[in-house]
Design a protein around this ligand. Sequence first.
Ligand code: B12
Length: 218
Amino acid sequence: MEKRDEPAISAELLTRLARAVVDLQPALVIDLCQQALKEGVAPDVALNQGLAKGMRQVGEKFAAREYFVPEVLLAAKAMYAGFDILKEHLPQKQGYRGRVALGVVQGDIHDIGKNIVKVMVQAAGFEVIDLGRNVPVERFVAAVRNGVDVLGMSSLMTTTMPNMAKVVIALERAGLRNRVKVLVGGAPVTKVFAERIGADGYADDAYGAVKEVERVLK
Ligand code: B12
């Protein structure tokens, strides 16, 4: 799935979709997602350039103290109302391409980004084992021991990012590091951080995540 430029009419619809998330309007989000599908906007585009973009704007409002936790939760509810529709329409690549385990690191319950990455990676033809959120180091290690090709970790807080490094170290200690490719992501995570902790790749959105899974498995 490639990032695509959309014609002006879709661009306007995508802007309205992001806006509806920011405005905490689940019913409108549902309407706009249905409209987008009817007008032939690709579901992955509506998901990433509409819903996910809206959630990022909510993050900016939260940082600016215009929104607080209740608004953020309502925005997430609106986002998921659209997500549930769009994910059913993502074109699925056929054939088995590998197994990916995904989880949000210990101490962190932010799982919206991980869930978007999950459906995009699944649609790209990979089996995804969802480890959930607030995942202890040992559960990541156990997933690798049970056999996965790629381990993806998500963290949304600077305070939980070090837990990604702990997983990499634990994999080394368990003699499992060379059995798996490790990817990291989440808003505060950078390429430099990924390299520093010895991860194999990093991406800042779900398109990039799919590309990274494909790249490390080549
Ligand atoms: C939504 C949200 C919440 C929701 C979470 C709901 C949920 N189930 O996820 C609620 C309200 C519960 C919440 C709670 C808290 N939050 Co909060 N939250 C956010 C917010 C506003 C948006 C996050 C989000 O959903 N983004 C949208 C998604 C689509 O983007 P994304 O996650 O980055 O994911 C994309 C990419 O990063 C990438 N990606 C993600 N994962 C992965 C993995 C891999 C392998 C790859 C390759 C790529 C990849 O692809 C994704 C899709 O495009 C952020 C603001 C921000 N700037 O991030 C704050 C933020 C993360 N929260 C913050 C804080 C402090 C908290 C609380 C401690 C607040 C409190 N006082 O209670 C608690 C923490 C609870 C905990 N222990 O985790 C801070 C963190 C600060 C820090 N230290 O870094 C932020 C940055 C807000 C701020 N500016 O202060 N939060």
